[in-house]
Design a protein around this ligand. Sequence first.
Ligand code: DGT
Ligand code: CA
Ligand code: ZN
Length: 580
Amino acid sequence: MDKSEVAAVLEEIALLLELHGENPFRANAYAKAGRAIAQLETNIADIVSAGTLDQIPGVGETLREKITTLVTTGKLPFFDDLKAKTPPGWLQMLRLPGMGPKKVKALSDSLGIDDLEKLKAACESGDVAKLKGFGAKTQKNILEGLAFIDQMGNRVRLDQAMMIAEPVLAFMRNLPGVQRVELCGSVRRRKETIKDIDILVSSDDAAPIMDAFVKLPNVQKVIGHGETKSSVMLAGADHHASRVLINADLRVVNDSQFPFALNYFTGSKEHNVRMRQRAIDYGWKLNEYELAGAPKSLLFNDETDIYKALDLDYVPPELREDTGEMDAAAGHVLPDLLTLKDITGVFHNHTTWSDGAASLEQMADAARALGYRYLGIADHSRSLGVAHGLSVERVKNQQGEMDALNAKYKDFRLFKGTECDILADGSLDYDDDVLASFDYVVASVHTLFNQPLEEMTARIIRAIEHPAVTMLGHATGRLLLRRDAYKVDLDAVLQAAARTGTMIEINANPYRLDLDWVHCKRAKALGVMLVINPDAHAPDELAYTRFGVDVARRGWLEKQNVFNTRSLSDVMKYLGVSFV
Ligand code: DGT
Ligand code: CA
Ligand code: ZN
């Protein structure tokens, strides 16, 4: 067990202890030790064998014993018991906005609530509002949260699913007897939200692999444990320590079946239907195990061989949504999709000058570490008080600091941008002379989300038509699984952008992924230039860019459709910035 797994178990224990009403100091000790271990530079197994665990801050006698058991045996009976006596409904309740362990405990103690159905009934009868510490407003919020869960099902964001899936995948790869391991389903297709994680393994001996899977430390519940398929509910925390629960299915096949199973379980269902039909046209039968009837001379080592046998170019998983990829593959006109490596820098990022967590220099260092050739800083504009938008005076000061930093860099450049608010009538939050002091302008809507469609559309188009605006930020304002897009005629917006040559952002922040991939395809057809931006508020959030590349790929985009694939000198030329 590595340090991140140990840390995850300790943090989980902290949460469960809190849910069971344990002394908060005791619960917190586990959380603190977990965080300390996650940040260790050394291997946790080495520390255990050297007997130096108690040098880690916060690790006393009890924790030392528990961590040693966990690292040496891979199990912790104390943790298993704790999980066994925790109703899964408590964990589901934690997903509701504003609901913490204390509230869950109170609902359980006073009203016997241990699942979402009982919670809903208690809200509808008004019992929850009467509880101490709750009230009518909380009760209303809970009901709204429950309605949202109903509507969305139990989907989670792609980044949350990836955070849970990646360690499981790494674990499966290291199991003895495992030949190949791959993610399938919507995670492999990089859909923006995920219902469940699908994992495929090839091996000659499935049983021990199934056993190891259902005993993973973050398994909350075993839903099925069969010979070729098992399902579990996994728990984890995301990047912002929000709780995530998601089901994962594991299928084990033999290695010759692997390409067919991989293709089938990657989906989408609609793509599979088209593939099966294509096989029938050749007089063959395609299923999750084989392409029956195909000539024996055809070898199927991997998935590409299936497409080849059907005279199709290989279709990348992101395109498998039956939106024309089969015809394109047959006609050899599939797009040459851009990749993360093509990205040369990003433009929409925040620092401590507004609501970011890091300085200009820290953000620049992180961008350089990623191999970026430039970083655009676009802090909030003056009217966005909640995000410490910059006054004209502070804009000047920030730009001065950027000049000083740029003087130090030889092969890297900070670009002076702003995320300028689009005001209610579509005018911009700075005067033209201030706008002219920036290298580029990202224009975004942050207020008055409930304007009628015509008003919002006209507002955004007016901003797009402003000559100082380089790109439109997060075009629809949606927050995945949380807030719907505002009402806007996106097609009219895209047409305006095509007319004026304004770029449209693919906001790569996994909470947004806005522009949606469906509209990327439309933007490409209209000749609109896209730009992928992480909207990073901290150095590690620059890595969000990968999710934007996923969106771009699902939207059929090639390198030339995305502005920030250009070289530093081409970007400078376009922005009219010269070396000083
Ligand atoms: P989701 O909802 O985020 O889990 O999306 P998927 O695509 O992962 O859907 P899932 O987990 O229900 O199934 C995984 C894949 O298995 C799916 O993409 C295609 C394949 N599959 C599942 N059920 C069927 C089916 O009834 N017919 C066909 N042709 N394929 C299926
Ligand atoms: Ca799935
Ligand atoms: Zn914004």
